[in-house]
Design a protein around this ligand. Structure first.
Ligand code: MRU
Length: 356
């Protein structure tokens, strides 16, 4: 990832002392880096969405468990920290996957060896995430080339994405945005329609900012616009990330994804999902019934953050006081609406996931 031309990762560790993350609550208005030193810092940062995106909360959560062990190497403390971190965000499976990896690396050991093994495991999770996303990008790039080749010479490939599945949601590259960055870097003419992604506006605030930093052409659209664009032939393909994919290929992702997949199906537009393999939950089949859907604060719906003309950032209420709300953070797109899954191991149709 590049910010003002400089290379960064979304999480970096300073030995066993701390990690540095971007406090994403302030983007796109301010770029704030923060250091997290303890289990409690990490739990707050994940729960309150300073850091977010399924792969990134896995990586950051892994360090939370490391900090807990650094401060108390007992198994009781390990189990308590594991439970506390797991409860911070229930839907994305990468957090559980990463916590399990750190726990399993530490459990057979004792004392200082336990701490070292945990930190080594967390560092490995971060490095692997980068390598995985790069491979996803390469596979997706080939797919984009095929789509472009099918269009008249000189055409632009118009891609619609929802939420933020870029480098801000991972350690680096992103999942759905990785092929977009690679295509742009390879000189392919790509243009992205970015769903604003109410209620938290991850598209408007994060994806738009990332794409702008990288110089990728994009257009921000209201969430309700995608269907109209698809009906008028203005979208060549959709690509999104995911927080959990079931063994039968159902895709849980940011609320609103399902509606985009329905519109894509109705208009014969391919709907791709990019995912690292730790996002697959082999223990569940039926995404609609078996995945817990996080419900978030009413404030995400009733209030909105923006900048005033004098440059100050402020939150304003956009509805009546004390209005009733319901705020599901994710929905499930059934496998039948998904054209293909793009993983680090290759591209498969959802019903062939097990063959990967
Ligand atoms: O902002 P979040 O953590 O609530 O949303 C999760 C996501 O970032 C998206 O659902 C994303 O598309 C999948 S993670 C690459």
């Amino acid at each position: 990832m590049k910010i003002d031309g400089m290379h960064y990762r979304s999480v970096t560790a300073s030995g066993q002392d701390s990690i540095t993350i971007i406090d994403q609550r302030w983007l796109p208005f301010e770029l704030r880096f923060v250091q997290l030193h303890t289990l409690s810092d990490v739990a707050i940062a994940i729960k309150d969405m300073w850091t977010r995106g399924a792969p990134l909360i896995g990586a950051v959560g892994a360090y939370g468990l490391c900090f807990a062990l650094r401060d108390d190497t007992s198994t009781t403390n390990l189990e308590q920290a594991y439970t506390a971190l797991l409860a911070t965000r229930p839907t994305a499976i990468n957090l559980k996957w990463a916590l399990d990896a750190v726990k399993n690396s530490a459990l057979p050991l004792h004392g200082g060896a336990r701490i070292s093994a945990a930190f080594q495991c967390a560092a490995r999770i971060c490095d692997e995430d980068v390598a995985i996303n790069e491979a996803i990008g390469q596979h997706g790039l080939q797919l984009f080339r095929q789509h472009l080749d099918a269009k008249p010479t000189g055409s632009t490939l118009n891609i619609l994405t929802h939420c933020n599945a870029g480098w801000l949601a991972t350690v680096d590259w992103g999942t759905a945005l990785a092929p977009i960055y690679m295509a742009h870097d390879a000189g392919l003419p790509v243009h992205v329609y970015v769903d604003e992604t109410r209620p938290r506006n991850q598209g408007a605030s994060l994806t738009a900012w990332e794409l702008q930093q990288h110089g990728v052409p994009f257009t921000l659209i209201a969430d309700n616009t995608g269907g109209h664009l698809m009906q008028h032939g203005l979208v060549d393909l959709c690509i999104v990330g995911t927080d959990r994919v079931t063994a039968q290929g159902d895709v849980c992702n940011k609320i609103g994804t399902y509606l985009k997949a329905l519109a894509a199906k109705d208009n014969n537009i391919p709907f791709y999902v990019a995912l690292p393999s730790p996002t697959i939950d082999w223990t569940v089949m039926d995404g609609l019934r078996e995945i817990p859907i996080e419900q978030r604060s009413a404030r995400e719906i009733t209030h909105i953050l923006g900048t005033h003309t004098d440059g100050t950032t402020m939150e304003v209420c956009i509805t009546l006081p004390q209005v009733n709300t319901v705020n599901y953070a994710f929905d499930v797109t059934p496998a039948r609406l998904v054209t293909a899954l793009i993983t680090e191991r290759g591209i498969v149709s959802p019903d062939a996931l097990r063959e990967l």
